[in-house]
Structure formats: C-alpha cells, structure tokens
Design a binder for this molecule. Structure first.
Ligand code: KIV
Length: 290
C-alpha cells in the first residue's frame, strides 16, 4: 500500500482507474488511526457526531466549534487518508463570504477539504470556496440538515425526484466539487448519476454502483444501537464494550482487580523506612493533640 498522502486529485484518479474509494467517518484520534491502519482513502469528520458522539436528536444543533474540536483530534493522528471537515448547519447557508471564511478556518486547521449539503441551491457557495482554493465535496440525496423541509425519506423513488438529483449533481460538478456523497437514494438514480459524472460519487445507502462507499464509524463497528436500515455492522462494538465494563465492575467489587500484575511494590528496605517515619509522625501528632 502506498503511504502517499491522499488528495482530492487521488479521488479523481481512483474513479478514472475504476478503483473503489473507501471512506468512513472519524471523530477522534483513535478513530483516525484505526481507519488509516485499515487503509481507507478518506475520513469525514461528519456532523453525524451530533448524534453518535453528543447524543443529539439530529445534526442541526452541531456547531462550527464542535466539528473543529473533533477535526483537531482526527488531525492529531496525521492520517494518510484525505481528511474532510463537514460544515455544520448555518455555517455556509447565509452567504458566500461566511461559507468561504468558515471553510477556510477548517482548512487552516489542517483539513484537506470540506463537505456541504445541497444541490443547485448551494452552487454559488461551492464556486466561491473553490475559487478561494478550498476543495469541496458535495452531498445530495437525503440531506439531514434539511430534514425539517425535505423529510428523512429515501430519495429518487420517482423519475421526477431522480432527475432533480441528477441535475443537482451535474450543477455541483460544474461548480467545481471534487466528489459527491449520495445518501439514502435509490440505487438506479445513484448509478445514473455516477455514470454521468467525471467526479466520483461516494454512496451511503445508495447501492453498489457508485465510485465509493462511506459509513459512519459507530454504525459499522456496532456502537450505534439504532443504526439506519442501510448499515452493515462489521462488529458488535456495543456488546464488546458493555461486557468489558461489566467484567470491570464485577472484578473491582469482588476484589479480583487489581491483581499483582496491575500494581507496583516498594523494596522492603524502603517500606521499613516509610513505616518508621509514619509511626514517628503519628506519635508526634498525638502528643500535640489537646
Ligand atoms: O455527517 C456524516 O456522517 C455524513 C455522512 C453520512 C456522509 O454526512
């Protein structure tokens, strides 16, 4: 495996060569290290952290600073994988200036790219960011930041909705994105979009005929007890951790932990001196007591 840092250019190259792109979300140092060691091409510091890390009901409350905090942790691992910072709700919607300034702050921290949700309606923001030298990943299909208006439903079930997604994706490509996430969308629509674009599509719940796949870390390792229906769980992380914690609780209560392997002893001579000193202090203290 090449150890060269992954760039947005590599994503385009992987599509050209017909090689699948693999991404996963990561929110902290260990996640990024594990993902990198597994050989992923990209990690997304997703605003899904709102749900899986913070326990929020949606991604809407996630702030610029929360993503920045987790981005910092991920960057500490110096991943070879491309690091994409997700722009939270209301950090790019209001104006092109705000979008460029906020995206630029993540790039200054060390992110390799940013991701924003939306289609034709965010094209001017994408253009402005790309003009400023910021690589942008698009995100169409289910847009969780717009669920109050669009709902949390599978996209692309009708020809009309499929065409809308196709046009949104084409508009994003023209605006300069280097790849597009397609979320919770019928496989046929994702396939058509993938075939029509020069830039790679990275799918989540949108079938196998995309240029790549992305999953949320907690979903794939089984730490999310309520994952979306399109998730494949590769481990039962929740059970593994729960059982480890239960064993710890039992062993502390029963005196099994810590055992001799997990603590340290003084040499006898030092212990004798310590006991002597403590005993002297006790005697002095009791003499001084009224
Ligand atoms: O925030 C996130 O994790 C995402 C992925 C679902 C693509 O946007």
């Amino acid at each position: 495996m090449s150890r060269e840092k992954v760039t947005p250019y590599h994503f385009l190259k992987l599509k050209k060569e017909g090689r699948k792109i693999v991404m996963v979300t990561a929110y902290e140092y260990v996640h990024a290290k594990l993902a990198d060691e597994a050989g992923v091409d990209g990690v997304l510091v997703g605003d899904s952290l709102g749900m899986v890390i913070m326990g929020y009901r949606s991604t809407l409350p996630v702030s610029f600073r929360e993503v920045a905090h987790h981005l910092k942790a991920v960057l500490s691992a110096s991943p070879r994988a491309l690091v994409v910072a997700d722009m939270p709700f209301l950090t790019y919607e209001v104006s092109r200036e705000e979008a460029v300034r906020n995206a630029g702050r993540y790039i200054k921290m060390g992110a390799d790219a940013v991701k924003i949700e939306g289609g034709a309606e965010v094209v001017d923001r994408v253009e402005a960011m790309v003009k400023a030298g910021i690589p942008v990943m698009g995100h169409v299909g289910l847009n969780p930041q717009r669920y109050l208006v669009l709902g949390m439903r599978v996209r692309g079930k009708t020809a009309e909705d499929g065409l809308k997604l196709y046009e949104d994706s084409k508009a994003l490509e023209e605006a300069g994105v280097f790849s597009i996430v397609i979320e919770f969308t019928t496989a046929e629509v994702a396939t058509e979009v993938t075939r029509s674009l020069r830039v790679p599509t990275i799918c989540i719940g949108a079938g196998p005929y995309c240029d790549g796949q992305i999953l949320v870390f907690h979903d794939l390792v089984g730490l999310n007890v309520n994952p979306p229906p399109f998730v494949k769980k590769y481990a039962d992380g929740y059970e593994v951790f729960r059982s480890a914690l239960r064993s710890y609780v039992e062993e502390v209560r029963s005196g099994v932990f810590p055992d001799e392997k997990h603590y340290f002893k003084m040499v006898p001579e030092e212990l004798r001196k310590l006991l002597e000193s403590v005993s002297k202090r006790r005697t002095t203290a009791s003499e001084k007591a009224p």
